[in-house]
Design a protein around this ligand. Structure first.
Ligand code: 5GP
Ligand code: MG
Ligand code: MG
Length: 180
Protein backbone atom coordinates (compact mmCIF):
# COMPACT_ATOMS: atom_id res chain seq x y z
CA UNK A 1 0.00 0.00 0.00
CA UNK A 2 2.73 2.53 0.97
CA UNK A 3 4.47 1.70 -2.29
CA UNK A 4 1.61 3.33 -4.20
CA UNK A 5 2.34 6.72 -2.62
CA UNK A 6 4.42 9.19 -4.58
CA UNK A 7 4.78 11.78 -1.84
CA UNK A 8 3.48 12.54 1.63
CA UNK A 9 1.83 15.94 2.01
CA UNK A 10 0.91 15.79 5.71
CA UNK A 11 2.67 13.39 8.08
CA UNK A 12 1.05 11.31 10.80
CA UNK A 13 2.77 13.43 13.47
CA UNK A 14 1.52 16.68 11.93
CA UNK A 15 -2.03 15.33 11.82
CA UNK A 16 -1.96 14.11 15.41
CA UNK A 17 -0.53 17.39 16.68
CA UNK A 18 -3.21 19.33 14.81
CA UNK A 19 -6.01 17.14 16.21
CA UNK A 20 -4.76 17.80 19.73
CA UNK A 21 -4.63 21.55 19.14
CA UNK A 22 -8.02 21.82 17.43
CA UNK A 23 -9.74 19.47 19.88
CA UNK A 24 -8.61 21.54 22.85
CA UNK A 25 -9.61 24.76 21.14
CA UNK A 26 -13.11 23.44 20.36
CA UNK A 27 -13.58 22.00 23.85
CA UNK A 28 -12.92 25.42 25.35
CA UNK A 29 -15.30 27.07 22.92
CA UNK A 30 -18.13 24.55 23.41
CA UNK A 31 -17.73 23.68 27.08
CA UNK A 32 -21.15 25.06 28.06
CA UNK A 33 -23.06 24.01 24.94
CA UNK A 34 -23.36 20.20 24.48
CA UNK A 35 -22.63 20.33 20.72
CA UNK A 36 -23.71 17.73 18.21
CA UNK A 37 -20.68 16.58 16.22
CA UNK A 38 -21.69 15.32 12.79
CA UNK A 39 -19.18 13.19 10.94
CA UNK A 40 -19.51 13.03 7.19
CA UNK A 41 -18.88 9.40 6.27
CA UNK A 42 -16.70 7.74 5.39
CA UNK A 43 -13.83 10.16 4.93
CA UNK A 44 -14.15 12.06 8.20
CA UNK A 45 -14.00 8.96 10.39
CA UNK A 46 -10.31 8.99 11.43
CA UNK A 47 -10.27 12.79 11.86
CA UNK A 48 -13.48 12.79 13.88
CA UNK A 49 -12.21 10.05 16.12
CA UNK A 50 -8.89 11.77 16.77
CA UNK A 51 -10.17 15.31 17.19
CA UNK A 52 -13.06 14.42 19.50
CA UNK A 53 -10.76 12.44 21.77
CA UNK A 54 -9.13 15.77 22.57
CA UNK A 55 -12.44 17.54 23.20
CA UNK A 56 -12.65 17.07 26.92
CA UNK A 57 -16.28 18.16 27.34
CA UNK A 58 -19.82 16.82 26.94
CA UNK A 59 -20.83 16.29 23.32
CA UNK A 60 -22.98 14.08 21.17
CA UNK A 61 -21.98 12.32 17.94
CA UNK A 62 -23.91 11.37 14.85
CA UNK A 63 -23.06 10.50 11.27
CA UNK A 64 -24.25 11.32 7.84
CA UNK A 65 -23.31 9.59 4.63
CA UNK A 66 -23.47 11.65 1.49
CA UNK A 67 -21.90 11.06 -1.85
CA UNK A 68 -20.88 13.54 -4.48
CA UNK A 69 -18.04 11.62 -6.03
CA UNK A 70 -18.31 8.42 -8.04
CA UNK A 71 -15.44 5.98 -7.89
CA UNK A 72 -13.07 8.31 -9.72
CA UNK A 73 -11.24 11.51 -8.94
CA UNK A 74 -13.63 14.15 -10.23
CA UNK A 75 -16.87 15.41 -8.73
CA UNK A 76 -20.18 14.42 -10.29
CA UNK A 77 -21.65 17.69 -9.04
CA UNK A 78 -24.52 15.91 -7.34
CA UNK A 79 -25.03 15.34 -3.64
CA UNK A 80 -27.06 12.39 -2.50
CA UNK A 81 -27.98 11.42 1.07
CA UNK A 82 -27.03 7.78 1.61
CA UNK A 83 -27.64 7.83 5.35
CA UNK A 84 -29.32 10.59 7.33
CA UNK A 85 -28.84 11.59 10.98
CA UNK A 86 -30.66 9.86 13.82
CA UNK A 87 -30.62 13.06 15.86
CA UNK A 88 -32.79 16.18 15.62
CA UNK A 89 -30.68 19.22 14.83
CA UNK A 90 -33.31 21.83 15.73
CA UNK A 91 -31.88 24.21 18.32
CA UNK A 92 -28.54 22.40 18.42
CA UNK A 93 -25.00 23.70 18.06
CA UNK A 94 -23.53 21.66 15.22
CA UNK A 95 -19.94 20.80 14.48
CA UNK A 96 -19.76 19.40 10.97
CA UNK A 97 -16.62 17.30 10.72
CA UNK A 98 -15.30 16.81 7.18
CA UNK A 99 -12.24 15.28 5.60
CA UNK A 100 -11.75 17.80 2.80
CA UNK A 101 -13.47 20.71 1.09
CA UNK A 102 -12.85 20.72 -2.63
CA UNK A 103 -15.66 22.15 -4.79
CA UNK A 104 -17.63 22.91 -1.62
CA UNK A 105 -20.79 21.32 -3.03
CA UNK A 106 -21.16 18.72 -0.28
CA UNK A 107 -20.80 21.22 2.52
CA UNK A 108 -23.00 23.91 1.06
CA UNK A 109 -25.68 21.26 0.62
CA UNK A 110 -25.31 20.14 4.25
CA UNK A 111 -25.23 23.66 5.63
CA UNK A 112 -28.44 24.53 3.76
CA UNK A 113 -30.07 21.33 4.99
CA UNK A 114 -29.15 21.98 8.63
CA UNK A 115 -30.27 25.61 8.42
CA UNK A 116 -33.58 24.40 7.03
CA UNK A 117 -33.79 22.00 9.97
CA UNK A 118 -33.28 24.99 12.31
CA UNK A 119 -29.87 24.31 13.81
CA UNK A 120 -28.94 26.99 16.34
CA UNK A 121 -25.37 27.29 15.08
CA UNK A 122 -23.19 25.53 12.54
CA UNK A 123 -19.42 25.29 12.57
CA UNK A 124 -17.54 23.59 9.74
CA UNK A 125 -14.41 21.75 10.83
CA UNK A 126 -12.36 20.25 8.03
CA UNK A 127 -9.05 18.46 8.11
CA UNK A 128 -8.08 19.61 4.62
CA UNK A 129 -8.97 22.54 2.44
CA UNK A 130 -8.33 22.64 -1.31
CA UNK A 131 -9.24 26.29 -2.05
CA UNK A 132 -8.32 26.00 -5.74
CA UNK A 133 -11.12 23.47 -6.29
CA UNK A 134 -13.95 25.67 -5.06
CA UNK A 135 -16.99 26.15 -7.32
CA UNK A 136 -19.41 27.39 -4.65
CA UNK A 137 -18.78 30.13 -2.14
CA UNK A 138 -18.25 28.40 1.17
CA UNK A 139 -15.52 28.64 3.81
CA UNK A 140 -14.68 26.33 6.68
CA UNK A 141 -14.50 27.85 10.15
CA UNK A 142 -11.70 25.53 11.20
CA UNK A 143 -9.12 24.13 8.76
CA UNK A 144 -6.38 21.66 9.64
CA UNK A 145 -4.22 21.99 6.54
CA UNK A 146 -4.42 23.60 3.13
CA UNK A 147 -3.52 21.30 0.25
CA UNK A 148 -2.73 22.04 -3.40
CA UNK A 149 -5.13 21.16 -6.18
CA UNK A 150 -4.13 17.49 -6.36
CA UNK A 151 -6.06 14.34 -5.61
CA UNK A 152 -4.98 13.18 -2.15
CA UNK A 153 -5.52 9.93 -0.27
CA UNK A 154 -5.08 8.62 3.25
CA UNK A 155 -6.41 9.29 6.75
CA UNK A 156 -10.00 8.72 5.63
CA UNK A 157 -9.63 9.75 1.99
CA UNK A 158 -9.93 7.00 -0.59
CA UNK A 159 -9.24 6.15 -4.14
CA UNK A 160 -11.75 3.49 -5.19
CA UNK A 161 -12.32 2.73 -1.47
CA UNK A 162 -8.64 2.03 -0.81
CA UNK A 163 -6.06 3.96 1.28
CA UNK A 164 -8.50 5.27 3.92
CA UNK A 165 -6.45 3.50 6.59
CA UNK A 166 -3.16 5.25 5.79
CA UNK A 167 -2.11 7.31 8.84
CA UNK A 168 -0.89 10.22 6.65
CA UNK A 169 -2.08 12.25 3.63
CA UNK A 170 -0.35 11.56 0.36
CA UNK A 171 -0.52 11.66 -3.41
CA UNK A 172 -0.68 8.46 -5.47
CA UNK A 173 1.83 7.50 -8.12
CA UNK A 174 0.32 8.10 -11.58
CA UNK A 175 0.37 4.41 -12.56
CA UNK A 176 -2.10 3.58 -9.75
CA UNK A 177 -4.82 5.41 -11.68
CA UNK A 178 -4.31 3.03 -14.57
CA UNK A 179 -6.13 4.01 -17.72
CA UNK A 180 -8.26 6.72 -16.08
P1 5GP B 1 -16.61 18.64 -2.51
O1 5GP B 1 -18.08 18.45 -2.46
O2 5GP B 1 -16.13 19.78 -1.65
O3 5GP B 1 -16.11 18.76 -3.91
O4 5GP B 1 -15.92 17.33 -1.95
C1 5GP B 1 -16.71 16.32 -1.49
C2 5GP B 1 -15.96 15.07 -1.16
O5 5GP B 1 -15.17 14.67 -2.26
C3 5GP B 1 -14.98 15.14 -0.01
O6 5GP B 1 -15.61 15.06 1.23
C4 5GP B 1 -14.15 13.92 -0.32
O7 5GP B 1 -14.80 12.77 0.16
C5 5GP B 1 -14.08 13.93 -1.83
N1 5GP B 1 -12.83 14.57 -2.27
C6 5GP B 1 -12.60 15.84 -2.64
N2 5GP B 1 -11.30 16.04 -2.95
C7 5GP B 1 -10.69 14.85 -2.76
C8 5GP B 1 -9.34 14.40 -2.89
O8 5GP B 1 -8.39 15.12 -3.21
N3 5GP B 1 -9.12 13.09 -2.58
C9 5GP B 1 -10.11 12.23 -2.20
N4 5GP B 1 -9.77 10.97 -1.94
N5 5GP B 1 -11.39 12.62 -2.06
C10 5GP B 1 -11.67 13.92 -2.33
MG1 MG C 1 -16.14 13.93 2.81
MG1 MG D 1 -14.22 9.14 -2.00
Amino acid sequence: MHNDIEKILVTEEEIQEKCRELGKQLAEEYKDRFPLAIGVLKGALPFMSDILRHMDTYLEMDFMDVSSYGGGTTSSGEVKIEKDLNTKVEGRDLLIIEDIIDSGLTLSYLVDLFKYRKARSIKIVTLLDKPAGRTVDIKADVVGFKVPNEFVVGYGLDYQEKYRNLPYIGVLKPHVYGAE
